[in-house]
Design a protein. Sequence first.
Length: 342
Amino acid sequence: MGTSGLVIVTGGAGFIGSHLVERLLAEGHRVAVVDDLSTGTLDNLRSVRNDPRLTVETATVSGSRRLAGWMRHARGVFHLAAAVGVELVVRSPIHVCRANLRETEVVLELASRRRVPVLLTSTSEVYGRSARPEFAEEDDLLIGPPTHPRWTYACSKLMDEFLAMAYAQERGLPVVVTRVFNTVGPRQTGRYGMVLPRFIDAARRGVPLRVYGTGRQRRCFCWVLDTVEALVRLFRCPEAYGQVFNVGSTEETTILGLARLVIRLLGSSSKIERVPYAEAYGPGFEDMQRRRPRVTKLARYTGFRPRTPLKEIILRTAGAVPDAGAAEHGTGPRGRARPKDE
């Protein structure tokens, strides 16, 4: 991926996508964004909106009139466009299935015609009901039944992964799959169920922080610029193509512990309110009790693993401390670590 090449980012007006676009522009790339703004917003790109090297088309991937032309000149594609968020998944499962499967197929087909490298973002949700203490890329996956809409997103993204690997094997497409665990930071919205922005907003307003279920479910939260750093490094690593990588933090907390920490760090007077899953998402909702990634493979191939502490993540996300992440990663090492044997 040369420093003057065109890079396509689907979902580039979204939370992670907009941070990635800023990173690519800072490195000297021309960037083409396709985003239908269903969960993203052009406000996320306001810091770079007037950069002449940035082009934005407001469209779905499958409805884009410019994607095929861009693909003829592209050095690579970061495919981040997806229907995301627990509330969206539960309320609109048809949209989730269609959006995730159809758009990914379009990207892979167009890219395969010219062997344009693709980085596909998947999700930790594909690990399903697994009760392992941490998840590794080679683990078996345990998905719940189709009668529970909770698993719609996981299955659609898992099919994306299978489709990507099929294009790699059958068409020789250079593609790497990243299973992104909980990523947080500025520009993330709580509108679709994301927990940290919900908690920060409630703490600022002094209203109760609503914790779903027992609150004992454990999660790891990764700083968005750490996620972007991992994606960029994997994209630049030829040895990573044809493989799957976890991307996320390994620092665990319970959701109840997260709520308490947000209240303490922001000096809020808010209380904590426990809400049954059935009340929040309807009957039959299932949740994973633990979601901790093993990131040794990511470190082995790229020399990088996310390490930003949770306390710092919360303060940066809330704007309580300056964001030093861009300076840390924007000029970081760009070399590739040679992989060891699996």
